[in-house]
Write a protein that binds this ligand. Structure first.
Ligand SMILES: Nc1ncnc2c1ncn2[C@@H]1O[C@H](COP(=O)(O)OP(=O)(O)OP(=O)(O)O)[C@@H](O)[C@H]1O
Length: 358
């Protein structure tokens, strides 16, 4: 279902090629995330000045916020090659040893979804990050011996959507950790205009603002909505995207004025109509909309929380007064409604404290 969702931040097959074409190539072209950009620039340039490999970098934040793009930029700024792999691709320590032992001096290793790496590989990574060494185990059982092997000094760029799930010892080995937050509409507007320029789409400023505002704070979604409004403008008009055309296209694709799509509204509606606004456990809520708990938790909830429509409490998910208002429903008189936090969590902490009361 994720692939079909227009406002899912997960990468679809269509996105892959477009993502590559639209990626900024240098830190200066990377829009938004001011603080991360500035801090990273210092880390990289001081390492370059000293002629050293920079500290390992951990990037955390939701899908589509630019973690892969930043990893590519880091390698480009350092003038070094980039190797890309991911946690799920590393099933055994041997898989990681094969990657680490073939890195060249100063190479940047991008390890996406680092929280999903196999445990034995994690331990190998500790040693590699700290001492630039791996222990290759030869043989089995009591006769097994570990042969230390020096590897090239490299910079690890780890990316995770779930910083709270990373073991402490792994987190501690990163010299620089950056949390990537949702983007402001004004930043997304710049991204939409830049992407439109690269894709040759004529778009009015108000239309770019409309697309930006409904993109859930996420560049990947902004780029995807831009392509859909372009399609609409090409088929139903002369190709120029005006504000009216953008609004009509987004309505057709069921992306509402706040950027909520069908799943978001289904989650809210279930929470309000089936559970009286909560509290209800994540799994129960997910089942009631026919989704996996992880999809509801990672895809729908962060945005609903950020919009102040849903609160994640230790007792379960609770709708806010704004949620009732958004769907045009009246809360029961007994409901003690939270007002919503309004802002996204600055870290994965909310994921950590949440105890599932199902
Ligand atoms: N700051 C930015 N400025 C301009 N474009 C951006 C920015 N951040 C991301 N993008 C665009 O958004 C798209 C998705 O970015 P990217 O693939 O880097 O996200 P991600 O965080 O790595 O996602 P995932 O976690 O799914 O791998 C790319 O096309 C990229 O060009």
């Amino acid at each position: 279902m994720n692939e079909e969702r227009l406002v899912s931040a997960e990468q679809s097959v269509e996105d892959q090629a477009i993502d590559a074409a639209l990626r900024p190539k240098q830190l200066d072209d990377f829009i938004g995330q001011e603080r991360v950009r500035e801090q990273l620039s210092l880390v990289l340039h001081s390492a370059l000045r000293r002629g050293r490999t920079p500290d390992h970098v951990l990037l955390s934040g939701g899908p589509g916020l630019g973690k892969t793009t930043l990893a590519m930029i880091i390698a480009a700024e350092l003038g070094k090659p980039l190797r890309i792999t991911s946690g799920p691709a590393i099933e055994r320590a041997g898989d990681l040893a094969a990657v680490l032992s073939t890195l060249s001096e100063g190479e940047v290793l991008f390890l996406d979804e680092i929280h999903r790496m196999a445990r034995p590989a994690e331990e190998m990574l500790y040693l590699a990050m700290e001492d630039f060494r791996v222990d290759v185990v030869v043989g089995k059982g009591p006769g097994a011996t570990a042969i230390p092997l020096d590897i090239a000094r490299f910079t690890l760029v780890g990316a995770t959507t779930r910083a709270g799930m990373l073991p402490g010892p792994l987190r501690d080995r990163f010299g620089f950790t950056a949390h990537m937050d949702f983007y402001e509409p004004a930043e997304l507007e710049v991204i939409v205009r830049r992407s439109a320029g690269l894709l040759g789409v004529r778009i009015d400023d108000e239309a770019a603002a409309e697309v930006a505002f409904r993109s859930r704070g996420t560049p990947r979604i902004a780029n995807r909505l831009l392509r859909r409004v372009r399609d609409y403008a090409e088929v139903r008009a002369d190709g120029r995207v005006t504000r009216e055309l953008a609004r009509a296209a987004l309505k057709l694709y069921e992306v509402d004025e706040e950027g909520l799509d069908r799943l978001d509204r289904a989650v809210l509606r279930a929470l309000l109509t089936k559970f009286g606004g909560g509290p209800v456990g994540l799994s129960t809520l997910a089942v009631s909309v026919g989704e996996e708990p992880e999809t509801v938790e990672v895809v729908a909830e962060p945005f609903l929380v950020r919009q102040g429509l849903l609160a994640r409490t230790a007792r379960g998910r609770v709708a806010t007064a704004a949620a009732w208002e958004h769907l045009g429903l009246t809360p029961p008189p007994s409901a003690g409604l939270p007002t919503g936090t309004g802002a996204a969590p600055a870290t994965g902490a909310l994921f950590d404290v949440d105890t599932e009361p199902d």
